[in-house]
Design a protein around this ligand. Structure first.
Ligand code: NAD
Length: 497
């Protein structure tokens, strides 16, 4: 049996989770309504998913409130929460193939990436926060001798986590791992486009022994399930990853409802800057291609703007196009596939529309530009490369969230920096050069939450991740993530008689 046949047979046999989880009960939406979950691999229906609304949200939040307030999780010794979460991580790891397959069927990413990136990083994330939580200390303030000032962190309470479809399991874990480690209870709402791994994660949490109600999972659309969750007066913290438009809306909802602590991780239009003295231009070209085409370009940090020094632009772009040719879309269930399907038909149409706009506005199409694998019934687009000439075109300014690379030439370091920062976003950026002083100057000048020198998308759980400008606020990953899920308390004790 070939590797592809193996995954196809697994796909035929897999049980698709289709029940929400509230207070350890698996059930339908109270209304009984469902919507079809469609696989982008072939356009076929995978399952009927509960279409939750305000009633389900109210139940989930009420249950999380009771569980949080009674303290069985929140007041548990950190070492015990750690033990429980470490076991949870092991259970997730034990279901790696199942979770990877659900992710691939649900949102179309290559199975090899789902296994090596999504599931592995999710396990590492849960493990890292579990390990961290009994090593975080409070502070004692430098007070006068007749008083004692203690600074401690307490869990917020009930957290609503609303996440997107591009890394459904991983984005859920970036939220729930630090939230649970710090003693909160979580209501998780995955994207309507990719609910399967969140539903399975909720079941695995129960199998791993997390108490009932500590992690509730509901499904449904943004307007009907996400909005009442964000509005809910008994939710203490709202953490979101998704588009800038919805992120902005949720900041106002959080403020106007009950001033719940609201953190949003949003979009990007990240620049990747290539100077002629890059240590290895061949390597830089291959990296530039995978930095945009990995995960079909559906990555918040996708290097969607490639800024290349005019002296090397033609030859460099020829190498990028060659690398793109090796990444043509294939069957996501084939482990050799590097680029899979876009998440759904509307996302494919959105990407194809941007390609049309690029052509209409005068950008030169260097590679790709069309739908692919049409006979499959799935939603595939070729890796596409434009030379825009200017950063002013729509395809240089708006987040496409698909496999479309926009190249812009530059002549000087100042010009490169000005183009790089000419965006509403500030999530990530990279610079390639052998000149140490230039590397530092440019890295410092880039207005972005993550900057890479001579590679793209490096990093692990040890450093914070998040955006400047309209890419969001707050940070995921590292100990900085814990700040979002805790309140700081100052307790003063009078030591005088
Ligand atoms: P989206 O904003 O459309 O949806 C994200 C989530 O919000 C979904 O669960 C959706 O159901 C929910 N939602 C939508 N409207 C809502 C409302 N009115 N109230 C409450 N919830 C609502 O985003 P998407 O299309 O799922 O994801 C793609 C976006 O996510 C891109 O912009 C990408 O850059 C961004 N993203 C950012 C990061 C990061 O860490 N900065 C990571 C991954 C993705």
């Amino acid at each position: 049996m070939s590797d592809l046949q193996y995954w196809q047979s697994q796909a035929e046999a897999i049980l698709i989770p289709n029940r929400i989880i509230i207070n350890a009960q698996s059930r339908h939406a109270l209304s009984g309504k469902t919507y079809d979950c469609i696989s982008p691999i072939d356009g076929k229906i995978l399952a009927a998913i509960p279409d939750c609304d305000e009633q389900d949200v109210n139940q989930a939040v009420a249950n999380s409130r009771v569980v949080f307030d009674e303290g069985s999780w929140a007041m548990l010794a950190p070492a015990k929460r750690k033990k429980c979460l470490l076991h949870f991580a092991e259970c997730v790891s034990a279901h790696a193939e199942e979770l990877a397959l659900l992710e691939t069927l649900d949102m179309g990413k290559p199975i090899s990436d789902a296994l090596a990136v999504d599931v592995s990083a999710s396990v590492r994330c849960i493990r890292w926060h579990a390990e961290a939580i009994d090593k975080v200390y409070g502070e004692v303030a430098p007070t006068a001798n007749d008083e004692l000032g203690m600074v401690t962190r307490e869990p917020l309470g009930v957290i609503a986590a609303i996440v997107p479809w591009n890394f459904p399991l991983l984005m859920a874990c970036w939220k729930i791992a630090p939230a649970l480690a710090t003693g909160n209870c979580v209501v998780l709402k995955p994207s309507e486009k990719s609910p399967l791994t969140a539903l399975r994660l909720g079941q695995i949490a129960l199998e791993a022994g997390l108490p009932a109600g500590v992690l509730n999972v509901i499904t449904g659309y943004g307007k009907t399930a996400g909005e009442p969750l964000a509005q809910h007066p008994d939710v203490d913290g709202l953490v979101f990853t998704g588009s800038t438009a919805v992120g902005k809306h949720l900041l106002s909802v959080g403020a106007l409802s009950n001033m719940k602590r609201t953190y949003v991780e949003c979009g990007g239009k990240s620049p990747n800057i290539i100077f002629p003295d890059a240590p290895n231009l061949d390597k830089a070209a291959k990296a530039a291609a995978s930095a945009i085409f990995f995960n079909q370009g559906e990555v918040c940090t996708a290097a969607s703007r490639l800024l290349v020094h005019n002296s090397i632009k033609d030859s460099f772009m020829a190498s990028v196009a060659e690398a793109a040719r090796a990444m043509e879309p294939g069957n996501p269930l084939d482990p050799a596939t590097q680029m899979g399907a876009l998440v759904d038909e509307s996302q494919m149409q959105r990407v194809l529309n941007y390609i049309d706009v690029g052509k209409q506005e005068g950008a030169a199409l260097l590679h790709g530009g069309a739908q692919s694998l049409v006979d499959t019934g799935g939603f595939y687009v070729q890796p596409t490369i434009f030379d825009a000439g200017t950063n002013k075109l729509t395809i240089a300014q708006e987040e496409i969230f698909g496999p479309v690379l926009t190249c812009i030439g530059f002549d000087t370091e100042e010009e490169a920096l000005a183009i790089a920062n000419d965006t509403q976003y500030g999530l990530a950026a990279a610079v390639w050069t052998s000149n140490l002083a230039r590397a530092h100057r440019v890295a410092k000048g880039l207005k972005a939450g993550s900057v890479w020198v001579n590679y793209y998308d490096g990093g692990d759980m040890t450093a914070p991740f998040g955006g400047f400008k309209q890419s969001g606020n707050g940070r995921d990953k590292s100990l900085h993530a814990l700040e979002k899920y805790t309140e700081v308390k100052a307790t003063w004790i009078n030591l005088a008689d």
